[in-house]
Design a binder for this molecule. Structure first.
Ligand code: CA
Length: 220
C-alpha cells in the first residue's frame, strides 16, 4: 500500500515516513501544497496524510481540488489541537479522518489502517483469505495459524493483494502501489515477488489471469 505524506515540518515529515516505511508502506513525501496537489493528482495513493498548514497552497485547498477532480483516496488530515473549526472545514472538504497535533504515531498508524481497510470494504484489522491471515496491526502473516516470514517487498505485494482480494490486479497496478515514486521500478520484479509468494502460500491462491494480472482467492 502506498501512502503520500504531506508535511512541511522536516522533522515530523521524516518521522512519519520512517514509521510508515517500517510498517510496510511505500511512502512519498511532499513538503508544500503545490507538490502535494501534483502528486495526489497523478499517483495512485492508497491513502494520504495531509497537514493543513502548508506553504504555497494550503491543505484544505489541495483537498478540495483533489475531491473536485474525483481523486477519492482516503485522506487523514493533521490539524492544530486548538483549532476545532479547521477539523470541521477539513471534514467538509472531503477528509475521512483527522488527528490533532501533537499525536502519537501509534494512533496515526491505527487510524490509517482503519481508513485503508474501509476503503477495501474490510471491517477487521485481521484480513483473511482462506487459510491466509494478515494482521495489519503488526504485519504478521500466518497460513493455517503458522507464521510465514516474508521480505519487505513480498509483504507489500501480499498486503495489496489481500486488500484487493478476488479482484484482478495488473502488474502495473501492483508496481505503482508497492514502490515509492523515487524507486527505480521494474515491473518484471513483481513477477519474481509473486513467484516467491506462491511458494509460501497455499497452492493456487495467486491465480494468473492471462493478459490482465493476478487475482488472490481462497482455493475452493
Ligand atoms: Ca504545517
Amino acid at each position: 500500500m502506498r501512502i503520500l505524506v504531506v508535511e512541511d515540518e522536516p522533522t515530523l515529515a521524516s518521522q512519519l515516513s520512517a514509521a510508515l516505511e517500517e510498517n510496510g508502506y511505500a511512502v512519498d513525501v511532499a513538503g508544500n501544497g503545490r507538490d502535494a496537489h501534483h502528486l495526489g493528482d497523478n499517483e495512485p495513493y492508497d491513502a494520504v496524510v495531509l497537514d493543513l498548514g502548508l506553504p504555497e497552497i494550503d491543505g484544505i485547498t489541495v483537498l478540495k481540488r483533489w475531491r473536485a477532480a474525483s481523486r477519492n483516496m482516503p485522506v487523514l488530515i493533521l490539524t492544530a489541537r486548538s483549532n476545532w473549526h479547521e477539523k470541521v472545514e477539513g471534514i467538509d472538504a472531503g477528509a475521512d479522518d483527522y488527528l490533532a497535533k501533537p499525536f502519537r504515531m501509534e494512533e496515526l498508524l491505527a487510524r490509517l489502517r482503519a481508513l485503508l481497510r474501509r476503503a477495501s470494504g474490510l471491517a477487521s484489522a485481521e484480513i483473511r483469505c482462506g487459510d491466509v491471515m494478515l494482521d495489519t496491526r503488526n504485519g504478521r502473516v500466518t497460513v493455517a495459524g503458522q507464521a510465514v516470514s516474508l521480505t519487505a517487498h513480498e509483504f507489500k505485494v501480499l498486503a495489496y493483494l489481500m486488500h484487493h482480494q478476488r479482484s484482478v490486479v495488473s502488474r502495473t497496478e501492483l508496481t505503482e502501489h508497492i514502490y515509492a515514486q523515487d524507486f527505480d521500478r521494474d515491473s518484471n520484479t513483481v513477477e519474481v515477488f509473486i513467484g516467491r509468494l506462491r511458494k509460501k502460500l497455499p497452492p493456487g491462491m495467486i491465480e494468473t489471469v492471462r493478459g490482465l494480472g493476478y487475482r488472490l482467492t481462497a482455493p475452493a
